[in-house]
Design a protein around this ligand. Structure first.
Ligand SMILES: [Zn+2]
Length: 340
């Protein structure tokens, strides 16, 4: 047992390209460019929050400075340079969060740093997070350095809003677009974390957590920690929807039954139950629309693959009896979460 609790998002932060979740094509490209020594001076990592941009930037910085890369191009995680990176004391990685440091002075401090060559290792990597937040003056001050950096400098700019990055910056960078993490990838990774932590977790429960995280792995891990704590380390579907205040798809199943039978009183009573659980109208209707959409998608084998969860997860979800009878389709249903 660990005597110090570390949140999963930190404990399971990827240390190699191979361990980055959901960005395989991109990490392979980065790894190959390092192996072949074809490095650009500036990269732009684009994508929504929690998809691994900063993690990849840190792994990149570590790998290009590694003294003893593995046969498949990963950092060894053992040489002095790798150890410095992993322990957060490498001088070859400098991070600037442009969301809170977006002025000319902040950029000047950064460009002053750029003039200092690495005392050990080959490259100094400057990560500028949320680069679109830089003020115009800061952008202009930065541009000169970005155009002609010293040979030992590599910039990795990251942004959640690529369209706000000015064209003069875009044209000087190699651009990588990060995917949102799919439900299937998240469920798989959460399953791995659960097994490492000795936590029992139902696949359907992990699916609910993945949906709530909405494409961000970091959020999924935080929600996972929260549910694990409140479920006493046995994560069931029921404990998860209770703990996250998720609107159980069972309500939609019952409503649909009432609609099909033209049973207005039952429909109204079910609706009242939902309202009594604190879910608002807008939220309920969005969930209902998603539910119907998934039913229609599930009704035809041609569109079945448009359903977000993977087939291996689907059986854990409750099939809608009518769909099962009519089309032999067993589909997973949208499980909406309450707005907070
Ligand atoms: Zn190394």
């Amino acid at each position: 047992m660990e005597n110090k609790y570390i949140v999963s998002a930190r404990k399971y932060r990827p240390a190699t390209f191979a361990s980055v979740v959901g960005q395989k094509a991109l990490t392979v490209t980065l790894k190959n460019s390092i192996s072949q020594d074809r490095l650009a001076h500036a990269y732009l990592f684009c994508g929504s929050r929690g998809v691994g941009k900063t993690s990849c930037a840190r792994i990149f910085a570590k790998t290009i400075n590694c003294e003893n890369r593995t046969a498949d191009g990963e950092a060894c995680n053992e040489c002095p340079s790798c150890r410095d990176f992993n322990e957060g004391r490498s001088l070859n990685i400098i991070e600037l969060d442009a969301a809170s440091n977006n002025g000319v002075d902040d950029i000047r401090a950064l460009t002053d740093q750029v003039q200092v060559p690495p005392s050990s290792g080959r490259y100094r990597v400057f990560i500028v997070d949320e680069v679109h937040m830089l003020s115009t003056a800061a952008f202009n001050a930065f541009l000169k350095t970005l155009e002609e950096p010293p040979s030992y400098v590599i910039f990795i700019l990251a942004t959640t809003e690529k369209h706000k990055v000015i064209p003069t910056i875009l044209s000087r960078c190699q651009i990588y677009d990060f995917n949102r993490i799919t439900i299937a990838d998240m469920v798989e990774h959460l399953g791995y974390v659960a097994s490492q932590e000795g936590i029992t977790a139902e696949p359907a429960a992990l699916n609910v957590i993945a949906r709530k995280a909405d494409g961000a792995m970091r959020d999924a891990l935080s929600i996972f920690d929260q549910v694990a704590a409140s479920s006493m380390n046995t994560i069931t579907y029921q404990s998860t929807i209770d703990s996250l205040n998720v609107l159980d798809s069972e309500y939609y199943n019952r409503l649909l039954e009432a609609f099909l039978n033209g049973n207005v009183p039952d429909a109204l009573i079910i609706y009242k139950e939902i309202r009594d659980h604190g879910f608002n109208n807008h939220f309920f209707l969005t969930g209902l629309a998603d539910y119907f959409r998934d039913l229609m998608v599930a009704a035809d084998p041609k569109t079945l693959e448009l359903l977000k969860p993977t087939p291996t997860i689907a059986p854990a979800w409750q099939p809608w009896p009518h769909a099962a009878r009519r089309n032999s389709c067993i589909g997973p249903w949208t499980c909406a979460t309450r707005q907070t």
